[in-house]
Design a protein around this ligand. Structure first.
Ligand code: CAA
Length: 257
């Protein structure tokens, strides 16, 4: 891996992926995204991992897709390379993913953070979809996920003016989970990941899948999907352990089976 650093057990059951192109503000070139796709697939298949954190560095989570790599491309080049298809793996990852964001989360960087399940941001974080300023528009989910997260009016303003919003504004509008002092943003993400990692990995996967389904379907279908996943939990040893532990007044020990 040239552009990311992967630590499968950064903390018990929690993996850390760090985007590592600091000089380019972690601009997401094709190789970085392919590495991220492969790492996520591997971590998703690793039974020891129950939650994954994606982070950048203090100055930048990621300043977007690599403009230098795209500048000379034609529409057919873009179509043939289909760079955003590698992003599907992020969406398909079954384990919970937390973005730990500091500094710039712009364009594809904001889209990457939004593709994760939760976002912990430092007080210096800035979120934006500035593609309009370089003559294009968001292409990796920005118009969809941002609108669903913060509503049409704010999303439209961000997408049409390219203006950034601060971490505080992002929290106020429901884009992120919390804002923490800059020196604590990674700790904050690890704390959240540790809370998730204590739960049944089977239930966490099914719950994540069900929450995400709400974005893709109408209520009746979503409720049906949720109910099936709830019943499926009862096929797991973790359900027996969780409920017995409650009755016996002890802490459950989930095994992911
Ligand atoms: N692609 C390629 N290189 C980038 C980059 C990007 N998205 N963002 C920053 N860089 C590079 C800069 O070119 C610069 O490299 P050099 O030192 O070789 O010149 C280096 O990172 C540092 O950047 P700056 O000197 O510009 O730093 P700054 O502090 O003055 O400004 C910034 C920071 C406001 C983030 C500015 O770099 C910027 O506006 N970046 C582009 C943001 C953007 O437009 N993102 C959207 C990209 S398109 C997209 O993402 C499509 C999609 O939907 C997926």
């Amino acid at each position: 891996m040239e552009f990311i650093l992967v630590t499968p057990q950064a903390q018990p059951h929690v993996a850390l992926i760090q985007l590592n192109r600091p000089k380019e503000l972690n601009a997401l070139n094709l190789q970085l995204m392919a590495e991220l796709r492969d790492a996520l697939k591997e971590l998703d298949e690793n039974d020891e991992v129950r939650a994954i954190i994606i982070t950048g560095n203090e100055r930048a989570f990621a300043a977007g897709a690599d403009i230098k790599q795209m500048a000379g491309k034609t529409a057919i080049d873009m179509l043939n390379v289909d760079q955003f298809s590698t992003w599907d793996q992020i969406r398909k990852t079954k384990k919970p993913i937390i973005a730990a964001v500091s500094g710039f989360a712009l364009g594809g960087g904001c889209e990457l953070a939004m593709t994760c399940d939760m976002i912990v941001a430092s007080e210096t974080a800035q979120f934006g979809q500035p593609e309009i300023k370089i003559g294009v528009m968001p292409g990796a989910g920005g118009t969809q996920r941002l609108t669903k997260a913060i509503g049409k009016a704010k999303a439209m303003e961000m997408v049409l003016t390219g203006k950034f919003i601060s971490a505080d504004e992002a929290e106020k509008h429901g884009l992120i989970n919390r804002v923490v002092p800059v020196e604590l943003y990674l700790d904050g993400a690890f704390k959240l990941a540790a809370d998730v990692a204590q739960m049944s990995p089977v239930a966490a996967k099914l719950a994540k899948e069900s929450v995400n389904r709400s974005f893709e379907t109408h209520l009746d279908e979503g409720l049906h999907f949720e109910r099936k996943n709830f019943y499926l939990c009862f096929a797991s040893e973790d359900q027996t352990e969780g409920m017995n532990a409650f009755v016996e007044k002890r802490k459950p020990e989930f095994k992911g089976r």
